[in-house]
Design a protein around this ligand. Structure first.
Ligand SMILES: [Zn+2]
Length: 425
């Protein structure tokens, strides 16, 4: 399923690097000026650091602005609801509003497309039947990916998350040849098919896969490609600044950045820009439209910038894969768990004196367990465990795999609310 060299979504993918840089510099200046004029929070921040929205503004000038993280966004929106002073278009021009964990409200104006380049690079074309297993509910994933696939001409099966058996039946009945989802989910689907007695490569038509939402470990990629003869591709997307940030080409050596964002790799503590090759936090400023006053959004994901040319011919810079997380928001099975939010949920349980969430990796799947210390041993543990699981799922949108009651004093007083023990190798 190799994708031929020299196939690009459009010519801008091979535009000379200096053309890209000039385009981005101009769009950045325009975006900052627009945000200054139309978003109260952007104006306040720029005034605070004395940054004037001039046409000569450069990417280096961004260093003067603070990084806005998920937790800041939650606070900003709480203080100034619903959009935290970031709304920069008339409300009646909003096409959709998404609700991310936090909660964070994000809006999308009409006519925005981001994902088509990524799907094109992954080989999706007219004639393909692609199942989209990302949720169409609340989050942008389902709808935005759907639209991107349509731009490549593919037919989309509106699946959403959920039932593995129903998905298997659909894959068979419709002779689906493309899959969008998380790698963990696809592997669980394949394993289920094997349990049911199928030979996955022989009995199913699936050939092309595209992943996002969690990292694709090299071992899992190898299994998909070598054991099941699937082509694999992945993209890096971040909801808050608006979607697709980077996508993989057939070289699979880093993810190409889209021109619609200024992506800085920075020291997570100082906000200073790092040199290519150095590990830092991915910080994103959307410059593609005049709709969102969000400047310097800190993703919490750590990566490096690659400036060497890519063998595929695309001229954009790349980022390496995600090498870790900065800060306290941890991604579990594609969803961020924010420490503050988890604390809020757990503070509702009067029986609990202390807790800690442990995230680990078991059999190629994220495993989340909640350690709990009780105030009073007479509590009905089973019932409490169920209530905690349900509440965490409702609010944080990831169901814990287990609730573990531990002896008082086991969880240190100064602990990380969420301990991420996963190693990506
Ligand atoms: Zn490439």
């Amino acid at each position: 399923m190799a994708i031929e060299q020299g196939q690009y979504f459009d010519d801008s993918e091979v535009a000379p690097q200096h053309v890209r840089q000039e385009y981005q510099r101009r769009k950045l200046a325009e975006a900052l000026k627009y945000a200054y004029l139309h978003s109260s929070s952007a104006r306040n921040l720029m005034d605070f650091v004395g940054l004037e929205p001039s046409p000569n503004i450069t990417v280096e000038d961004l260093e003067r602005l603070p990084i806005i993280r998920k937790t800041d966004l939650i606070e900003m929106q709480k203080a100034n609801p619903p959009f935290g002073g970031l709304l920069a278009i008339p409300q009646d021009e909003i096409e959709r509003i998404f609700v991310s964990p936090g909660p964070i409200y994000e809006y999308q104006p009409s006519g925005i497309q981001w994902f088509a380049r990524s799907f094109y690079a992954a080989g999706f074309r007219k004639g393909d039947i692609v199942v989209n297993t990302f949720t169409y509910h609340m989050s942008p994933a389902g709808l935005l990916f759907h639209e991107g696939l349509r731009q490549c001409g593919a037919t989309v099966v509106v699946m959403g998350t959920g039932n593995t058996d129903a998905l298997l039946q659909t894959l068979l009945d419709l002779r689906v040849n493309g899959f969008l989802g998380t790698p963990t989910f696809l592997m669980s689907v394949i394993k289920r098919a094997e349990e049911m007695g199928y030979n996955f490569s022989r009995d199913f038509a699936l050939k092309k896969t595209w992943f996002t939402g969690e990292m694709l470990p090299p071992s899992l990629r190898k299994a998909f490609e070598e054991n099941y003869h699937l082509s694999t591709s992945q993209a890096y997307a971040v909801t808050e600044p608006g979607g697709a940030i980077a996508y993989e080409c057939q070289e699979k050596s880093g993810l190409h950045l889209l021109d619609d964002y200024i992506v800085e790799i920075v020291d997570a503590h100082t906000g200073r820009q790092m040199n290519p090759g150095e590990v830092g936090e991915i910080v994103v400023t959307p410059i593609h439209n005049r709709s969102w006053g969000l400047i310097r959004f800190g993703t919490g994901d750590m990566s490096t910038l690659i400036t060497e040319p890519c063998g595929c011919g695309r001229t954009s810079y790349r980022i390496s894969g995600i090498v870790g997380r900065a800060g306290d928001a941890v991604k579990v099975r594609g969803m961020f768990i924010v420490a503050k939010q988890a604390e809020q949920v757990m503070s509702g349980f009067k029986e609990v004196s202390r807790f800690q969430i442990i995230v680990d990796r078991e059999d190629d799947r994220d495993d989340m367990r909640v350690k709990v210390e009780l105030k009073n041993d007479a509590t009905d543990r089973n019932q409490l465990a169920n209530e905690i699981s349900e509440k965490i799922q409702n609010i944080c949108r990831v169901r814990p795999d287990s609730i573990e009651f531990v002896e008082p004093g086991t969880i240190p007083e100064r602990r990380k609310t969420i301990e991420d023990l996963r190693k990506w190798e």
